[in-house]
Ligand binder design. Sequence first.
Ligand code: C2E
Ligand code: MG
Ligand code: MG
Length: 415
Amino acid sequence: MVSGQETYECSKLLNYSYWIIVLDIDRFHIINDTSGYANGNSILKNFAHILYKFVTPGGLAARISGDNFALVLRDYGDDELPIRTARSIQEEFAKLAVDEFGSISLTCSAGFSKMPDDGSSFLDVMEHAEFALKSANGTNGSICGYEPSMHDSIIGNTELEKALALAIDNNELQLFYQPKIDLKTGKIMGVEALIRWIKPDGTIIKPDAFLPIAESSHLIGKISEFVLSEGCRQNKMWQIMGYPNIVMSINFTSSDFYQNDLKDKVLDALAKTGLDPKWLEVELTETLALSDIDYAVGQMNKLRELGVKLAMDDFGTGYSSLSYLQILPITLLKLDRSFITDIEHDNIAYEIVSAVIRIAKSKKIETIAEGIENPAQEDILRKAGCNYGQGYLYGKPMPAEKLEEFFEKNAKAHR
Ligand code: C2E
Ligand code: MG
Ligand code: MG
């Protein structure tokens, strides 16, 4: 058998080129955890069989590690070959999921590079394919080709990851709170905890700038633990201080949500702070919940058993199938800001929003509109039967002390 490095040397010598495609089974650890090792092993074997079907003369397929595989294909000048092949592999894999594993949704991601152009040795080229794979930042089903410029962003990301790890240790992460208002009474009924990174010089960094990096590293676990315990602590503190009882909503990413010990972690945070579970709400996005629906429902039910509330965040942006409202044990539906922005003028947005509110109501699910910025939007939503509102009209996300001022003003205005 010819080794990878020998193939590399031949390719240089004979002026051949090859594509190296590195493949990774998405969320394999979760599948392994939830459906058992026997199923996990069977998935790996089946995946290898699929890969073999795509090996062409002069090429090879191999398992690199765990759920990582590589495919080496001779290049005949067709630049679309790696993308087409990766897509076909994804399709076969999805079919396998349906045929053999019932409800498990199986996807894989791919990164590819070209040999010898993309590196100085076989390993170098292969590492570059892995770079390309990682650069998609954990997006399921991504297919990404290597570009030398990727180094810049990956090096940037490594730096950011180090800085973020330090920031966590130095307590630079802080929760801001955005009020949620009862549209009938105008009273505050809850807050959403939104994380901020506050640099020692006072610069505030928004979550979109650092959460993706946290998610692709172990840091997200630490951050989420902080958000959960700090959110519970702060809410209990406000209750002790005599402010009205409100629901504290926290956001979970899919890596938090699919943890086996999710229930224990939440229970632990509630027990340590003494917060009654009915004052805690977990926000999940549609895409997250639907990526593995059976498991998601199981996890959601565990949280519901504790008495914690469950909100579906950004509703309408993902697969947005209303039929899922039947299956998912959610208590609140958050209409995505994109529907609200232009609701005064956009008839279609208005129709969608009213229909969703109506259907949610029939399922005894409450609704909240995100991103309300003016009274006209509020008025339309109230008339459409929406229960709650959140947005700059009421207040931007703010530190705890500012929210205390908000409590006071809100109480005076709506006595
Ligand atoms: P999200 O959960 O959908 O949060 C709502 C986002 O919309 C927040 O952005 C909020 O500041 C913004 N927003 C609220 N009202 C308005 C409005 O009237 N107009 C406009 N233009 N924007 C409005 P933010 O704080 O930058 O958070 C962005 C996303 O980051 C959040 O989206 C959430 O998915 C994620 N995130 C924030 N904090 C956490 C956290 O602690 N943990 C996790 N896992 N994710 C978080
Ligand atoms: Mg949210
Ligand atoms: Mg949202």
